[in-house]
Ligand binder design. Structure first.
Ligand code: TYD
Ligand code: MG
Length: 446
């Protein structure tokens, strides 16, 4: 029997037994090519498998990016010869971050290439000016032809190459459009090959796009060593960079930056951004919260006013409104308070967006403190998730949270009972079973 021919769409991989003008799967035009898959006669030397302990092992050489927040997410610095994908929505600050990294590296006398297919040299220079950076050792290459750009890299042998963005690079001989999955994969494969062969580190900027012609960075995540995402999950001003894949480190690290008029600044101590310094703590309670593996303290502020309308207002900034409603319902059930007579406004300091249920108790206590007009002890923090019955529930990473609070000089913490807590803390632990006990204690003190 004559073997049947196989055609494959170069854009999505769809296979058909005959040539098609348009792919029925992805809708791409003129993307079918015949697939030849004759197996060669097998004539290889079989490799000798080794046990792990027989493998010669060396830590990869690393160097600093000049930002400790960025180094942390990379697992302790930039690994020589690695390929790092930095994804994020347009306008989040990817180009800004990597231009600053480029400038940091250049000032360590590293030869850095900045390959841009998105902006012209004057635009990039203008941004650098805005960042107060002179970039003597950063070589700009405004090029969209992948072959030209990569040949130039091989020729000039920089130590670090930044590609802004990977979607803008394309190979003219590949039939797919620039930015299509095929182009993206091809360019990334070539880059990985060069990185490993020549020991050059690549940072690839990947635009995250909603729908449309451009393929998102997901398409190449499996090809690169490290995948980082840059987002504004913490607040509008803050930028969080987190790792979702890292062959050279753990993925639960996050780095925190703040966007300002002169670019990104590292936020090494997030607590200072999210706790106000006022001594008066009426209607404000502090909770130790987590973002990735970072702990910091966050102040929650509540304001309650008598309402003159049948429907009281509930407003929440930074915390899910449903969570606030739930906590108010629990408060009302457990103490004889007529909450429906009050408007309740809640906000997190610094505009932080919070998902950590560990702050439940602090939310409740701040509302209570505002309602009763009692001041909370300034050096006390509140920790714990609240169950519907008003019981306090433990939250993970308790030791990390307590360590951070102690480091910042807080003296006591009200929290649910834990069996195992690392001893020897300068911070006093006050265990409470439920919110009744907590509020009772506050009334005694207040
Ligand atoms: P950019 O790095 O161009 O984002 P991306 O490459 O992820 O698309 O940053 C764009 C935004 O950052 C832009 O809206 C303006 C802001 N920005 C500042 O606030 N301060 C600065 O110093 C710079 C350079 C940019
Ligand atoms: Mg950009």
């Amino acid at each position: 029997m004559k073997p049947s021919r196989l055609f494959q769409c170069q854009a999505c991989g769809y296979q058909a037994s005959g040539w098609l003008g348009r792919c029925p799967n992805c809708g791409e035009w003129d993307s079918f090519k015949e697939k030849k898959d004759k197996l060669e006669e097998f004539n290889f030397d079989l490799p000798e498998p080794k046990t792990l302990s027989q493998v010669d092992f060396q830590e990869e050489p690393r160097f600093s990016s000049g930002f400790s927040e960025f180094d942390r997410v990379l697992g302790g610095g930039v690994v020589k010869g690695s390929v790092v994908l930095v994804g994020g929505e347009p306008g989040i600050g990817k180009s800004t971050l990597l231009l600053q990294v480029a400038s940091n590296l250049a000032s360590q006398n590293k030869k850095v290439f900045y390959v841009s297919g998105e902006e012209s040299p004057p635009q990039i220079t203008m941004r650098a000016k805005r960042l107060n950076r002179s970039l003597p050792e950063v070589y700009l290459l405004c090029e969209t032809n992948a072959q030209v750009a990569l040949e130039s890299v091989k020729e000039n042998q920089p130590e670090v190459v930044i590609v802004d963005s990977i979607q803008s690079l394309y190979f003219p001989e590949i039939p797919s459009l620039p930015g299509s999955p095929n182009q993206l994969r091809e360019a990334t494969l070539k880059i990985v090959e060069i990185a490993k062969k020549e020991g050059i580190t690549f940072f690839l900027i990947g635009q995250v796009t909603k729908e449309g012609q451009l393929a998102g960075p997901k398409v190449i995540e499996h090809l690169v060593d490290t995948v980082l995402y840059f987002e504004s999950s913490l607040s509008d001003l803050h930028r969080v960079i987190r790792s979702v894949k890292n062959r050279f480190g753990s993925t639960d690290e996050v780095g925190i930056f703040e966007m300002g008029p002169a670019g990104l600044r590292e936020v090494e101590n997030p607590t200072s951004h999210f706790v106000s310094q006022s001594l008066e703590r009426k209607g404000a309670a502090v909770a130790p919260v987590m973002e990735g593996s970072r702990t910091f303290l966050l102040e929650l502020q509540a304001l309650t006013n008598r309402t003159f309308f049948p429907n009281p207002r509930r407003l929440s900034l930074g915390i899910d409104l449903n969570r606030l409603l739930l906590i108010l319902a629990i408060l009302e059930k457990n103490v004889s308070l007529r909450l429906f007579e009050y408007d309740v406004y809640l906000s997190t300091a610094g505009g932080l967006r919070l998902n950590d249920p560990a702050a439940d108790l602090a939310v409740l206590v701040s509302v209570f403190s505002s309602l009763k007009d009692i001041a909370l002890p300034g050096e006390m923090i509140f920790l714990g998730e609240i169950g519907l019955g008003g019981e306090l529930r433990p939250v993970p990473f308790i030791n990390l949270r307590l360590r951070e609070a102690a480091k910042l000089g807080f003296k006591s913490v009200i929290m649910p009972k834990y069996d195992k807590i690392e001893a020897e803390k300068p911070i006093k632990l006050i265990f409470k079973k439920n919110i009744k006990e907590v509020l009772g204690l506050l009334l005694e003190n207040g």
